[in-house]
Ligand binder design. Structure first.
Ligand SMILES: [Zn+2]
Length: 413
């Protein structure tokens, strides 16, 4: 117990005094550096996560305003083939299931570069995106996806309602966890939803994070880490009821929750909700002790990864990275891995190439660099996409190269 902590729970307002994980100090995980910035001071912020002893919401301390983090964002969703595939499959499911047609409206919160709404638009279904990062929003607008460049919350929702905008389907993929003002955001959803509308939200599942040791998905942009139990409580507090849930493999294991107005009697509660709630209870996620055990596992992973890297470097092996995801930056900064271990990393996004990883200053190149330098090991930083990466980069086998994943523990593939 840390009785000196003055932080309070972003949902229920209780004092936060139970630590979940302490990853030291890190720069913001998406603040990639230009060559000129390498010569400047770089802000590092404590990366600590707590669990609320009252409502069990796992949450990080917020140091930067959302404006500082999200107004010029380096993540363009359309650069991942598997994520586009996921978006397309979601559209194929949602259109018939929710009876969407040219009279409907699909509203996506944090619509990024239009990676998802483009598939609804292609079916003639009206869409609207809300995206605070102007650089990614502009890409969507150029594609013909109407996008409001704003943060979503109660105020934006009221403004939209005044213009007659209410949605049949509100989608939020990997945004709920990124919202510091959680109550304001969920209040906004309630306002923006038609009487019989549906909300679906996807977010990494806390239970997978804990069981599979995915501590690198903790970073400053990621304010909350949800179990079904916690998210159900938050939605209920704002008059929204969860009526179904899917367990997905995306981002190392996510939940897709389906919600409706509490007053909407047209939808039945699926038994999957009851089953998953029971699974979480049986796995101990209603008990603080389960959350307290995470910290030791995190340290053991660091020791294992460093042992592998030190051994490989003593054997004069060349190690490079693949990918420059936010989670890679948490891992590398927490473990103190810089270009002394990983000579460079590569990324398919031209927005990241020519830049350097925050904190560790590892350079980011085009993936072709790997064929030119023929490294012994390629450390896959987005380990959740390892199958896709290994298929794309299979030619490293030609010179005896091997893939390595760092999570749940270091492993050569
Ligand atoms: Zn709480």
């Amino acid at each position: 117990m840390d009785e000196t902590n003055l932080l309070t729970c972003r949902f229920c307002g209780e004092r936060l005094n139970v630590l979940f994980a302490d990853l030291g100090a890190s720069p913001l995980a998406n603040s990639y550096l230009t060559p000129a910035q390498l010569h400047q001071a770089e802000p590092f912020y404590p990366l600590r996560v707590y669990v609320c002893a009252s409502c069990l919401l796992v949450q990080a301390e917020a140091f930067e305003t959302p404006e500082a983090i999200f107004t010029d964002y380096a993540y363009f969703a359309s650069y991942s083939d598997s994520w586009l595939q996921h978006a397309k499959a979601y559209t194929e499911m949602a259109v018939p299931r929710f009876g969407l047609d040219r009279h409907s409206l699909v509203l996506e919160l944090a619509s990024n570069d239009g990676y998802l709404l483009q598939y609804f638009a292609a079916k003639g279904i009206p869409v609207l995106g809300v995206e605070p990062a102007h650089n990614v929003a502009n890409v969507a607008i150029k594609k013909g996806i109407p996008t409001v460049v704003k943060f979503f919350g109660e105020q934006t929702s009221r403004e939209l309602s005044e213009q007659g905008v209410q949605a049949d389907l509100i989608v939020g993929n990997n945004v709920l966890a990124h919202v510091p003002q959680l109550n304001d955001f969920v209040r906004g959803i309630k306002i923006a939803l038609k009487a019989t509308g549906v909300i679906t939200m996807e977010f990494p599942h806390l239970i997978r994070l804990v069981k599979e040791n995915q501590f690198d998905t903790i970073y400053h942009e990621h304010f909350s880490y949800f179990s079904l139990i916690a998210v159900e409580k938050i939605f209920a507090a704002h008059g929204l009821t969860l009526f179904d849930v899917d367990e997905l493999d995306t981002h190392g294991g996510s939940l897709r929750i389906y919600a409706k107005h509490a007053e909407d009697a047209s939808k039945r509660i699926h038994p999957r909700i009851i089953d998953l709630r029971r699974q979480e209870e049986n796995a101990g996620f209603i008990c603080l002790e389960t959350y307290r055990c995470v910290a030791d596992k995190v340290k053991a992973t660091k020791y294992g990864l460093l042992e592998f890297l030190i051994r490989a470097k003593r054997e004069k092996k060349i190690i490079v990275g693949y990918g420059a995801p936010a989670k890679g930056n948490t891992l590398l900064n927490y473990c103190g891995i810089r270009s002394d271990f990983i000579e460079y990393t590569v990324d398919r996004s031209p927005h990241k190439q020519g830049h350097f990883l925050p904190g560790t200053h590892i350079p980011i190149y085009d993936p072709d660099k790997i064929s030119q330098t023929r490294p012994d090991y390629v450390l896959i930083l987005p380990w959740n996409l390892k199958d896709e990466v290994m298929a794309q980069m299979n030619h490293i086998r030609d010179w005896g190269g091997q893939f390595v994943v760092p999570i749940p523990e270091v492993k050569v593939l």
